[in-house]
Design a protein around this ligand. Structure first.
Ligand code: ATP
Length: 675
């Protein structure tokens, strides 16, 4: 096991798979040796997945061919790369091909490559477990489906790589020899729970996947069908996909020697990104996007350009339409493939994009980097920093253009990736202004997200700043007492509900030349503005509790609540509610405190919240009256009211009352007295 993990650790794919190590360790493979053949069971998740694949939920069965050709192409890329440091692996054969061969009598279709191949252990790991990110997502969706009845047809969007062969085949055989190894292996399975492995001494380098087609899938033995599928889905593959056709036997040829098959190259076989833009169709871009991104959606945006200067390179980048399922994994790694002179170098070149653009997929092909470029070099090379800066600028410029051209379309992008892009407000000081322009926010006046420019344009006369409130649920925030006073004055408040919002706001003191402030910090700004009715006309305010009365009330509330609050103060933030809880200035907001505790992060800062009271509210005025008499310090009713108000404020913040029993008792008393 250790050896296997060590080997995986060296493989360029390991990074993406670290989370799966545990899965593999828990594998329960029953091993039943039968002469030189061994039968092993699939990992339980694979069996479940195959069961669904076999009972075909895809209408689009032909995608199996795209998946297998894509794997073959990756295998060739890997060998080409490993061959740079260890030319012996190439065994003198450096020309890569992917061959399709049909045997109509046997009903088989074979997809063969001369790439890296697989060792015995790799066969078990790769084709017996869930080793692939997309397949893992599928398995997770399966689990979710059990729990909450997810629509199965959605699962098609994940794609299941190699396992998709079982959509069309009743039996699949893989004969493979890993480059550099003496002999090969045969893997075979009917996809029903088990697979077998035996030696294949004569296997050639690479992998040959033979599909014994089901009766209802014999269409995939037809040349014209294969030709069309390859041209549609795999034309961009940079390695020739060759169809071997039976030779036309010459009439005069009466020898028994088998005639050589005719070979027909089906695809363009040149890297798509090297072709001029105007010769590439949108379908070809989409097919390529799906290949590099392992996506099943359409690209929402495509950026393809050649750059000259400190470094010469071509970039072909895509913004997906749908959120990739691993967008929020803790690594937050950008996934751009790096090529040097069309030779694939690495899957995860982190230095090519900032992590807040990690949803972008695609490739960069440089003509200047050395082929043996190391990981360290990739991280430190100043030219790559320049490339990163150019790619970032061009992507952000394009996003701005798209927003300008069609705001509605842009909002579909924003709803998928806005939360990730906002990480840049916190991390990329240089691009803060650009990112602020791209940002869209839901507000108390607009359920559809709008730009800061729009919000700033709607500021009221005398309004000092742009205000925001943070929390989990936009609807609840829009109705919360925190924003009442703003609503009553016709002032728009940004409703920030992404976890990242709590972090970037601290790094962005102003936006669009206006200070950006939390609602809790409004204070005097707000008092200076008049209350307005729905038509914007000025409204009279109810009389407020003031002076001594107010002081006595505040003193009585403080005495009753003790340590439960850091302070009690009057506020003009409230209009309809009697009280609300706010964070003391300079302390963590309740929402941030909650986020940190969910992430198991302890904070040393005390939970010092302020209870704000509305001096114009009838209840507060009545309470103030009661407190103005003698002996109120020990008035049980005032104390009960203080606790009930405090609990009410907590409930509005989405928290339970501090002491449920006490809360129930007080509420009962109050109701009893009132009836
Ligand atoms: N023709 C092949 N030659 C060598 N290895 C292969 C071949 N086909 C599949 N494999 C190995 O099997 C693994 C699983 O393949 P599968 O198609 O299920 O997912 P995948 O290609 O890894 O997915 P992804 O493309 O998302 O990384 C591959 O990662 C690869 O290591």
């Amino acid at each position: 096991m250790h050896q296997r993990l060590a080997r995986q650790a060296r493989s360029p794919h390991m990074k993406a798979r670290t989370g799966l190590t545990a899965l593999r360790i828990t594998l329960n493979q029953k091993s039943v040796p039968v002469m030189s053949e061994e039968t092993l069971s699939f990992q339980a998740e694979v069996s479940k997945l195959l069961d669904i694949v076999v009972h075909s939920l895809y209408s689009d069965r032909q995608i199996f061919l795209r998946e297998l050709i894509s794997n073959a192409s990756d295998a060739c890329d890997k060998l080409r790369y490993e061959g740079l440091t260890d030319p012996a692996l190439l065994e003198g054969e450096a020309g890569f091909t992917i061959r399709l061969a049909v045997d109509k009598d046997a009903g088989t279709l074979t997809i063969a490559d001369n790439g890296i191949g697989m060792s015995r252990q790799e066969l078990i790991d790769n084709l017996g477990t869930i080793a692939r990110s997309g397949t893992q997502a599928f398995a997770e969706a399966l689990k979710a489906r059990k729990e909450e009845g997810t629509d199965l047809s959605l699962i098609g969007q994940f794609g299941v790589g190699f396992y998709s062969s079982f959509m069309v085949a009743e039996k699949v055989e893989v004969v493979t020899r890993r480059a550099g190894e003496g002999h090969g292996w045969r893997w075979s399975s009917d996809g029903k729970g088990a697979f077998s492995i035996s030696e294949a001494p004569d296997a050639t380098r690479g992998a040959a996947i033979t599909l014994h087609l089901r009766d209802d899938a014999r269409e995939f033995l037809e040349e014209h069908r294969l030709r069309t599928i390859v041209r549609t889905y795999s034309d961009h593959i940079a390695i020739p996909v060759i169809l071997a056709l039976p030779a036309d036997k010459d009439d005069d040829d009466d020898s028994d020697a088998p005639a050589e098959p005719r070979l027909e190259t089906l695809n363009e076989a040149s890297a798509l990104w090297t072709r001029p833009r105007d010769t590439i169709t949108p379908e070809q871009y989409t097919a390529f996007y799906r290949h590099v991104a392992h996506g099943f959606d359409e690209p929402w945006h495509t950026l393809h350009f050649r750059a000259e200067g400190v470094m010469e390179y071509t970039a072909l980048l895509f913004v997906p339409k749908d959120k990739p399922f691993d967008l929020y994994t803790p690594e937050r790694k950008p996934r751009i493939k790096l090529y040097v002179n069309r030779v694939f170098i690495t899957e995860e070149c982190e230095s090519l994009l900032p992590s807040y653009l990690r949803f972008v997929r695609g490739i960069v092909d440089s003509t200047d980097l050395p082929l043996n470029v190391s990981r360290e070099m990739l991280q430190e090379d100043p030219r790559l920093r320049k490339v990163r800066s150019t790619l970032t600028r061009r992507l952000l410029d394009d996003l701005a253009k798209r927003a300008k051209d069609d705001e509605e379309e842009y909002l579909s992008f924003w709803s998928a990736f806005g939360a990730v892009l906002k990480e840049g407000l916190y991390e990329d000081f240089e691009r803060k202004e650009d990112l602020l322009k791209l940002a869209r926010f839901r507000t108390t006046l607009s359920p559809t997200p709008v730009s800061l420019e729009t919000i700033a344009g709607r500021m009221k006369e005398g309004q000092q700043a742009l205000y925001y409130v943070t929390g989990e649920d936009g609807d609840a925030l829009a109705r919360s007492p925190q924003v009442e006073g703003f609503r009553a004055r016709g002032i728009e408040v940004l409703l920030l509900t992404d976890p990242i919002d709590e972090f970037w706001v601290s790094a962005v003191p102003s936006a669009h030349d206006k200070p950006l402030r939390p609602v809790a910090a409004a204070g005097a700004d707000l008092e200076a503005l008049p209350l307005v009715d729905e038509d914007g006309a000025k409204k009279d305010e109810a009389p407020a509790t003031e002076g001594d009365k107010l002081d006595r009330l505040i003193a009585a509330l403080k005495a009753a609540l003790g340590d439960e609050v850091a302070d009690v103060r009057a506020s003009s933030r409230l209009t309809d509610s009697p009280v609300c809880l706010v964070a003391k200035e300079g302390s963590l907001s309740p929402h941030l405190r909650k986020l940190l505790s969910q992430a198991n992060q302890k904070t040393d800062l005390p939970d010092d919240r302020v209870l704000e009271i509305n001096p114009r509210h009838a209840l507060i005025r009545a309470l103030a009256e009661r407190c103005s008499g003698e002996g109120t310090a020990h008035d049980a009713r005032v104390s009960d009211a203080a606790h009930l108000l405090m609990d009410q404020a907590r409930i509005l913040e989405g928290e339970p009352p501090a002491d449920a029993l006490g809360f129930a008792r007080r509420l009962t008393d109050v109701l009893q007295n009132a009836l």
